[in-house]
Design a protein around this ligand. Sequence first.
Ligand code: UDP
Length: 466
Amino acid sequence: MDEENTLKLYFIPYLAAGHMIPLCDIATLFASRGQHVTIITTPSNAQILRKSISDAVIHLHTVQFPSKQVGLPDGVETMTALTNLADSAKFYQAAMLLQGPIGDFVEQNPPDCIVADFMMPWVGDLANRLRIPRLAFNGFSLFTVSAMESIRKHRSQTDPFTIPDFPHHITLRARPPKSTTGFMESLLEKELTSHGLIVNNFAELDGEEYIEHYERITGHKAWHLGPVSLIRRTEQDKAERGQNSVVKVDELLSWLNSKPLNSVLYICFGSVCHFPDNQLYEIASAIEASGYGFIWVVPEKKGKEEESEEEKRKWLPIGFEKKGIIIRGWAPQVVILGHRAVGAFVTHCGWNSTLEAVSEGVPMITWPVHSEQFYNEKLITEVRGIGVEVGAEEWSSIGFGEREKVVSRESIEKAVRRLMDGGDEAEQIRRRAHEYGRKARLAVEEGGSSHNNLTALIDDIKRLRA
Ligand code: UDP
C-alpha cells in the first residue's frame, strides 16, 4: 500500500458495549483495507480491545476517564457497569469532559478524518476547527434513524402512535418517553452537520425505500457498511468480542452440539437491561412451560453468586436451572447465535443483537425495552417478517429499574410456540430469516453492497483530502 495514499483515521467510540463493539469492528474494516487507524479510548476499554484487535493493524490511544471528577468509582469506564439513572447522568458528563484530552491529542496530531459516535457531539466543533471531515455513527439502522427523523419533523400526535411521512404504515404500541426524546433529537440534529452517517447494516435489510427516504428528508448521506460482526471469522475472534465470556466457550459448544437443530432458545437483553425479579420469574416460567432447551443470559444476577435460597426463588423456579444453561454475566453471543441448535432469539431488539441474529439467519422473538428498540422491532416483524412480537408495551427511558408492566408468562410462551412449534407461519419466518442471513453474508463479500460502499467511502474521503 502506497503510504502517501493511505488515510489517517481516528475513531472515537462511546463507552458502552452496544456502541463500542460495532464502531471498533468498523475501525477494523478500514484497517483491513490498508488505512492507518487509531481508536481513541480510555485505559480499561483499551485493555478489553487489545484482546480482540492486533496492535499491528490498529493503534490505540488512551486518555484518562474522569470518573472521580464526576463522582463515579474509579475504574468505571463503561456504561455496562452502571445500574442506576444518577450514575448514567454522571457517566455522560464524564464522557463530555473527554473533549479536553481528546481534543488536545487530535489538535496536535490531526488525522484526515474523524469517525465519532453521536454521543460525543463535541467532536463536531473539533473537526470544524481543524477543517477535517467527520463521519457520524449512532449504532442504529437507517430504518430507525428515518423513523426518528420523520417524528422529529412532523411531531406526530396520533393515538395510536403512527410514524408520519414514512414508507410503511407503522403503528407503535408505545410512545417514546418525553424524558429522553429532546436529548436524542439534539444529538440527531448535530449528527446531520457531519459529512455523512456510517450505518452498521446492509442496504438490503434497510431497503432502498429507506435509503431514499432518509436522503430525501435530511439531505444527508448514509453509508451502509455492515453487518460488521461478520468480519469475525473464527470462534475465538467471535468469543472475544466486547468482554470476556464468563462461560467456557468449548463447554457451551459441546452442550449445543448435543441438541437437535433449531431446538434451543437463546434469551439475552443486551448489555444494559436489568429486569426486576418478578419479570425474570415470568420468563423462566414461560420457557419451562414451553419445554425447549435454553441459554438465558441474566446480567442482573452478576456478582450475586452468594444469593440465598430465598432470594433465588424470587426469580428462579425450583429445578429450572438444570433444564438449560443460565449465564450470569457476559455471554459469547455471536458464537451462540451461529450454532445450528439455536432456533430463536428472545431479544430486546438492541440493534447489534438484532443484526447479529439476522446475520446468522436466526428468527427473533422481539421484546423492546428502551432507546430505539421499539422501531427495530417493527423492522424485524412487520416490515421484514423475520420475527414475532412478545407484546411489550412499556417504553422505558433506561434499561434498568422498576417497571410498571410485566410481560406475562402466557404472552412469552405464546410467542415462543409461534416460532418454535413449527407450522406454516414459523416455517415462512424461518425461511425469510435464512434468506436475510444469506444476503448479509453476500453484502460483506467482495463485490457485495457493503463492501462496495466501503470502497466508495474511502475514495470519497481521499477526494476530500485532496
Ligand atoms: N453482548 C454479548 N454478550 C452479552 C451481552 C451482550 O456479546 O452477554 C453483545 C452483543 O452481541 C451486542 C452488544 O453486546 O454486540 C449489545 O448491543 P445491543 O445493541 O444489542 O444492545 P445494548 O447492549 O446496546 O442494549
